[in-house]
Design a protein around this ligand. Structure first.
Ligand SMILES: C[S@@+](CC[C@H](N)C(=O)[O-])C[C@H]1O[C@@H](n2cnc3c(N)ncnc32)[C@H](O)[C@@H]1O
Length: 428
């Protein structure tokens, strides 16, 4: 027998689903927002059998994208922008509190605009019915990206022509993926597939690059990320400006997802710097192509470490006149040790989603006075920062950066210090 409960959505879950509560039990509803009222059918044991929306939250927005509920990229398009940012702020705050800090108000809150994403990974599925290009889905096939309010229109404009190119490439029989970075020189595309491109495929790719004025298209075969993708077409140099320096980014390299988000992260990091003189040593971990390295080098001598050799090479080639060194190092296998960290006045850490793990614990144990931690995952933030609390670090400031509009992703810049005077000033 089914039971109907009239319930309201009262909060958002970790992935952005609306949450309704009946007693101690939580029910999760994709695409619903706080204030929505629904009828929920359960069996007698309380298992959800179905639901329908009775009245939408008064402040709920009309989703701007026509494929919002299907594509899997956005969870919260019905939530007004300020509410999204506040929800993300609350998630970072909760993570900092769980790590054990006493948390002040954030220093900076940034939200990137719609249609400003300059980096995307897309899944390609080819069948007799045609080619689908869409976002990777965890549990199902991608939905064809016929609309997108997130991507920079210059990337979105390539989706339809790429669909046609994928259809014509013989080396793509069923599945492939596309990594697109929008650099200053234009879109930079890496096609990932299981087979090598034939001579005819190579010709089609070169013609595509010329027709769409794409500086470079590369091919990566198989899932191995250890070997560099092969350049299939290169019409012009690939270049991008980072803090006044022109770099030649390697194919598939990491860059912050939006330009305004990158600027906000740099501003938050620079705002959190302790007083430095030019001879002070700054150790930077997970430095990528130098997004933070270059601005930091205006404040001290930066020793940057990064696992991707091609990103280090790009920064190394452009570092003339800058006060920095850069080294390739796998910080999971070979974290910097106490002796190497001791000489630093400041350590800046910007790890990937899984967090810094042992490397974070080593930094905490090194006794370096100031640490700035850039996070893209609140869960990793809790784990990585807990050792700092145990070592006596205090939380000086934090900022929230939302570069992934309408999704649960959030970034944070967190400044920690052992300097009691700086902490006392904050509290004053
Ligand atoms: C969030 S990105 C930050 C990059 C850079 N700070 C920026 O803002 O553009 C994380 C970086 O960590 C690097 N990385 C991932 N795993 C690593 C490891 N085990 N050792 C060293 N670097 C790693 C990635 O290549 C990537 O460049």
């Amino acid at each position: 027998m089914s039971v109907t409960h009239r319930v309201a959505i009262t909060s958002l879950g970790r992935e952005g689903d609306g949450v309704a509560q009946i007693g101690a039990r939580s029910y999760y509803f994709p695409h619903l927002v706080p204030g929505d009222v629904l009828d929920l059918q359960t069996d007698e044991a309380g298992h959800c059998l179905g639901h329908h929306l009775v009245s939408p939250a008064p402040h709920a927005m009309t989703p701007p994208c026509t494929i919002f509920t299907q594509c899997g990229g956005c969870a919260t398009q019905r939530l007004p922008f300020p509410d999204q940012l506040n929800w993300k702020r609350a998630r970072v705050q909760a993570a900092l509190e769980r790590a054990g800090f006493d948390v002040p108000v954030p220093t900076l809150m940034h939200q990137s605009a719609p249609r400003s994403r300059r980096r995307v990974d897309l899944a390609v599925v080819k069948s007799e019915e045609g080619v689908v290009i869409g976002l990777h889905q965890r549990k199902s096939a991608p939905i064809d990206m016929t609309s997108c309010q997130l991507l920079d229109p210059r990337i979105f404009a390539l989706v339809a022509p790429l669909r046609e190119l994928m259809r014509r490439l013989g080396a793509i029989s069923r599945e492939a993926d596309l990594h697109i970075n929008l650099f200053d020189s234009g879109a930079d595309i890496v096609i990932g597939a299981n087979a090598a491109p034939s001579l005819s495929d190579r010709g089609k790719i070169a013609a595509f690059a010329a027709a769409h004025r794409i500086p470079r298209i590369c091919w990566r075969q198989g899932k191995s990320f250890s070997s560099a993708p092969e350049v299939i077409a290169q019409l012009r140099p690939v270049t991008h400006h980072f803090s006044g320096t022109t770099l030649s980014p390697p194919p598939g390299s990491f860059m912050q997802p939006t330009a305004s988000g990158e600027a906000a992260i740099i501003a938050a990091v620079c705002d959190a710097l302790p007083k430095l003189n030019k001879r002070d040593r700054i150790t930077e971990l997970y430095s990528g192509m130098g997004t933070l390295t270059l601005p930091l080098s205006a404040h001290g001598f930066v020793e940057a470490y990064e696992g991707a050799a091609s990103s280090v090479a790009a920064l190394d080639a452009a570092r003339t006149g800058r006060r920095l060194s850069c080294s390739v190092r796998d910080l999971a296998r070979q974290p910097l040790q106490q002796k190497e960290l001791e000489k630093s006045r400041l350590v800046v850490v910007d790890p990937p989603r899984i967090g810094a793990g042992t490397q974070a614990a080593r930094v905490a144990a090194s006794g370096v006075k100031d640490v700035i931690y850039v996070s893209c995952n609140p869960q990793a933030l809790v784990n990585d920062l807990a050792p700092f609390v145990r070592q006596g670090y205090g939380l000086l400031s934090w900022s929230v950066i939302d570069q992934f509009l309408w999704s649960a992703e959030v970034e944070a810049v967190v400044a920690l210090t052992l300097d009691r005077k700086r902490l006392a000033k904050r509290l004053a």
